[in-house]
Write a protein that binds this ligand. Structure first.
Ligand SMILES: Cc1cc2nc3c(=O)[nH]c(=O)nc-3n(C[C@H](O)[C@H](O)[C@H](O)COP(=O)(O)OP(=O)(O)OC[C@H]3O[C@@H](n4cnc5c(N)ncnc54)[C@H](O)[C@@H]3O)c2cc1C
Length: 481
């Protein structure tokens, strides 16, 4: 039964005030489309609560009126997870106004942030307290804690600190019927029953609305060194990682791979960015080592280690940044990938992972299969090689793929090739971006039936009416199969 829309709008306005209920397309359009512009949503309204209590009231109202809720943070997700589908009447619940840092406990190394806190602000608050929150991704200036929790975000720091799943100590969540669950504990050890918070991490808003999180902090890093190196192949990059780990232990802060073609795209579309080294190899690794002890000479350590790596034929050339500005220039290449690829035309980006030892084979296989099966596709690669997470990116020339139908058909073929290759090697079709709307069918195809059944059982237990972000991760049964 369709809800009475005027009644819905009146009741939610009573909770948050009419000015926080956006319905005019001129106001709602930035919230309706996803970051890449691939999906256009059709939410009845965008609701902007300012407190957990308001979230509770809004969720209860929507549950009573049978209106679906699509939670939204910074809307930087890359799989269409924060876009409202047309199958059911729904509202977007944007959490950006819940942006207070509630507590920093430096002794316990923990920080409690509301869901709408922007990652950059959380990192800054930790810095001000001589601590660091190590999660770092290209969207750092706009993605929010609730979104990061809900996508189990990764980024460049996973090798050393783990992804969001390992960085969350506690959560506060509004359940689909409006019940408030206060799991905001800062405990490092808690074996009293199921670890409930883990259910909501990576759930992409399908099990409840995250309103706050207790995050793990780490000692602030006082010394660091960054380098860009060229190598002859992906195998050498994997060997170099192992070699670096033997030499500097767990001080590797980031270890990222980029193919030459990907760097060239960034230089072409990256607003005047320049490469710090000549691009005369096919593969490059951008790395940083760091430590909290000011007595450690990170730059000399990196220079010496890379010299030995050069003697052992692991690298063909290297540039070590001698100051922060030069280090930033190296990292700008990495952090501008998504922006540059968006500008480059129709790009199909994948987010698979395979066991690290299988990366060379995986990259060879997908590149060859895409180039053989998708006319004109230019394949490039970037990723978190230390996590076995490679983004295989195919750029489709406008001269061959003139219409969106042609682009989407090619994208489907590319995705299938990449996903098949990763699953053949015991990998995953999504390493960090999630499933969202984009990969629902492929999850059904590649996930074992028992896994899917357990996921559906959990979803039905939390959200029997399927009101919380329907059609994301799992197919909405209201949709035609
Ligand atoms: C330039 C760029 C670089 C990126 N690099 C990386 C990267 O290196 N690693 C990586 O993992 N991701 C990366 N991303 C993807 C994206 O930034 C992350 O997925 C991020 O976690 C999304 O946060 P958000 O606040 O924008 O969430 P949104 O996009 O608003 O939402 C994402 C999902 O979470 C749900 N959600 C949001 N808030 C809540 C909440 N409070 N409660 C419940 N559910 C909620 C939404 O419904 C949706 O399903 C990148 C994106 C861009 C644009």
């Amino acid at each position: 039964m369709n809800p009475d829309i005027p009644v819905l709008l009146e009741q939610v306005a009573q909770v948050v005030g009419a000015a926080r209920v956006l319905t005019d397309p001129s106001q709602t359009s930035p919230y309706q489309a996803d970051w890449r512009g691939r999906y256009q949503g059709s939410a009845l309204a965008v609701l902007m609560p300012g407190s957990t209590q308001e979230v509770v009231e809004l969720v209860k109202t929507c549950a009573q009126l049978n209106v679906s809720i699509v939670p939204q943070g910074g809307n930087t997700g890359l799989v269409g997870g924060a876009v409202a589908g047309a199958e059911r009447p729904s509202v977007i619940l944007n959490l950006s106004r819940l942006n207070r840092i509630r507590e920093i406990d430096a002794q316990s190394n923990s920080l409690t942030a509301e869901a709408g806190c922007i990652l950059a602000n959380v990192r800054e608050a930790a810095e001000e307290n001589q601590r660091q929150f190590p999660l770092l991704l290209g969207s750092v200036g706009s993605c929010e804690i609730g979104g990061l929790v809900s996508t189990n975000a990764g980024g460049t720091g996973v090798l050393r600190y783990g992804n969001m799943r390992e960085l969350v100590l506690g959560l506060e969540v509004v359940l689909p019927d409006g019940t408030l669950w206060n799991g905001l504990r800062a405990l490092r050890k808690d074996n009293a029953g199921y670890d409930l918070k883990q259910l909501f991490i990576g759930a992409e808003g399908t099990l409840g609305v995250v309103t706050a999180a207790v995050l793990k902090l780490f000692p602030r890093l006082n010394v660091s060194a960054t380098a860009m190196v060229s190598l002859s192949g992906v195998k050498e990059a994997v060997d170099l990682l192992r070699f670096m780990q033997e030499q500097v232990g767990n001080r590797i802060e980031a270890f990222e791979i980029m193919s030459r073609r990907q760097i060239e795209l960034v230089l072409q579309h990256g607003h005047g960015l320049q490469s710090p080294m000549e691009l005369d190899s096919e593969w490059y690794v951008l790395m940083e080592i760091a430590d909290s002890s000011p007595r450690w000479d990170a730059v000399s350590e990196l220079q010496n280690t890379l010299e030995t790596a050069f003697e052992q034929d692991l690298v063909t050339n290297a540039v070590v940044a001698t100051d922060v500005a030069k280090a930033n220039r190296i990292w700008e290449l990495r952090h501008n990938i998504s922006e540059a690829n968006k500008r480059a035309g129709f790009t199909v980006s994948n987010d698979t992972s395979v066991p690290i030892s299988k990366l060379p084979l995986f990259i060879d296989q997908v590149t060859e299969r895409i180039e053989r099966n998708v006319a004109g596709a230019a394949v490039c690669h970037a990723g978190h090689i230390g996590d076995g997470n490679i983004h295989v990116i195919a750029v489709l020339p406008r001269s061959v793929y003139g219409t969106s139908v042609e682009c989407e058909a090619a994208a489907a073929r590319i995705n299938l090739i990449v996903h098949e290759a990763s699953v053949e090697l015991n990998g995953s079709i999504s390493a960090e971006h999630g499933i969202g709307k984009m990969h629902v069918e492929r999850l059904e195809r590649f996930k074992p039936a028992v896994d899917l059944q357990m996921m559906r059982t959990i979803k039905a237990a939390f959200d029997p009416s399927n009101l919380m972000n329907p059609g994301k991760i799992l197919r909405d049964r209201a949709e035609k199969e």
